[in-house]
Design a protein around this ligand. Structure first.
Ligand SMILES: [Zn+2]
Length: 462
């Protein structure tokens, strides 16, 4: 067995479904989740002959927006192409996608990678090769003999059902350069990407609903003393729909490939799938080369032209992004990295916090104190208005002022005025103490914690 060391080389393709009202090239509703199969369809998304696609402007603008948020260049011209392949989820025999002139290219995304050893975060920039727009495919539901059929009176044991509701839903594909060196980095990037499209409000990116789908491509390269060995294979793992699965699939692949390489075998260039039950990747088909798709320009859709003005208008619609918000929260509210990160994780929480800070300023409540309450989930922000939260914090603040001088004075006064009760208490009548506590509470102008007061008076009288 050789002792060569290997370095992981991982790239990522991410598909994100846009939440536009209508589909990419027709007027059908794109909100298909949970709907009766084949009810959101028309000749265009069924791929009937002669039907003409008309691009969805909103989807194109949103794709530009994602590109800008990922620091991409937006070429003023781009075009759609036909990607030809034969599969039942694609009734036309091709998918309308973008080949050599995507909507956005050459971007980047900065990550903070936690380093357990150094106990700090390392910054790493992932290059983004391109962001393009395409149509989603129909959904196949495979029915095998050993499963219970969903259809009454069906005569066949094994068959596939097809639902065209998803066919033609706008899909953005974000392709990274192979800059990842571990599954951890990939997951960090995915979380960031999901957060950005949610902040932009262009996709819910809900993985369980298939609104965000992941395809890592994984290879290992030999680290020699002289230089890196050239990689001559790439394994792609298709359609993963959870961060946890992507992590497991990458770790599994790295191990599998390393074992092959150590035996001096080259892993096969292929597409694999993650099998959660077996906890391994499984070979699906050998990888198509780009020319297998016989890309050519879509003749029914003219090239897309943007003016500089249109691009800057779209840019102006982009609100503060998570990383900018995080930095501002640190500066403006004096929060540490950890608190600012949690508060900006989703926009709803960030907005809630800022609203509460605004109201809290009038009550002398510090942002840090509000951050603590929100972060420690002492309240449910979905059911408590920011103003109500501030009232709660303000009143608990008053409760906590047992040590103030005014209280001291009142206690002394009550004790002096009630020598009989004090004597009774010293003789062992606990009711007498409760009477004294009650007197103090009645006299004290603010709300006060009775338990704490009782303890305090107990000590004083002993
Ligand atoms: Zn349609």
């Amino acid at each position: 067995m050789n002792k060569t060391k290997y370095q992981p080389v991982i790239g990522l393709e991410v598909h994100v479904e846009l939440k536009t009202k209508s589909k990419m090239f027709c007027g059908c509703s794109a909100q298909y989740f949970g709907k009766e199969p084949n009810t959101h369809v028309c000749p265009v998304c069924l791929g009937l002959p002669g039907a003409l696609p008309v691009p969805n402007n909103k989807a194109m603008e949103w794709c530009v927006m994602i590109g800008l948020a990922l620091n991409c260049k937006i070429p003023l011209v781009s075009k759609f192409d036909r990607k030809n392949y034969f599969y039942p989820d694609l009734p036309k025999g091709y998918q309308i996608s973008q080949y050599d002139e995507p909507i956005a290219r050459n971007g980047s995304l900065k990550l903070k990678i936690k380093n357990e050893k150094l106990k700090n975060n390392l910054e790493k920039t992932i290059r983004i090769r391109r962001v393009h727009l395409e149509e989603d495919t129909a959904k196949l539901i495979h029915q095998f003999g050993n499963q219970k059929s969903k259809i009454k009176n069906q005569k066949y044991e094994e068959f596939s059902l097809i639902d065209f509701n998803r066919s033609g839903v706008p899909l953005v594909e974000i392709v990274s350069e192979p800059d990842f060196e571990s599954a951890l980095e990939v997951v960090e990037y995915l979380k960031k990407l999901q957060q950005i499209v949610r902040y932009l409000d262009v996709s819910n990116a809900d993985m369980e609903k298939g609104e965000m789908r992941l395809e890592p491509n994984i290879s290992l390269r030999e680290i020699s003393n002289v230089k890196f060995q050239i990689i001559n294979y790439k394994v792609e793992v298709k359609n993963i729909n959870s961060f946890r699965f992507v992590e497991k699939a990458i770790d599994y692949e790295l191990k599998r490939q390393e074992e092959l390489l150590k035996r001096e075998e080259t892993p096969v260039q292929e597409t694999r799938g993650w099998d959660e039950n077996k906890q391994k990747t499984i070979s699906q088909r050998s990888k198509e080369e780009a020319h297998d798709y016989r890309y050519f320009p879509e003749p029914d859709i003219p090239p897309v032209h943007w003016t500089g003005n249109q691009i800057s208008n779209i840019k102006n619609q982009i609100e503060e992004l998570p990383s900018e918000k995080l930095e501002r929260f640190k500066k403006e509210y004096g929060l540490n990295d950890y608190d600012a990160e949690i508060l900006t994780r989703d926009k709803t929480t960030a907005d809630y916090f800022e609203e509460a800070v605004k109201i809290g300023a009038g009550h002398m409540i510090a942002p840090k104190q509000i951050a603590n309450v929100v972060i420690n989930k002492k309240i449910d922000i979905s059911s408590t208005l920011p103003a109500h939260l501030i009232t709660q914090i303000a009143s608990s603040k008053q409760t906590a002022t047992l040590s103030d001088e005014a209280l001291e004075k009142i206690i002394t006064q009550i004790v002096d005025e009630n020598p009989k009760a004090v004597e009774d208490y010293k003789k062992g009548k606990s009711n007498a103490l409760m009477f004294l506590v009650g007197q103090v509470i009645r006299k004290y102008p603010k709300k006060i914690d009775a338990g704490g007061l009782r303890e305090r008076m107990e000590k004083m009288l002993q």
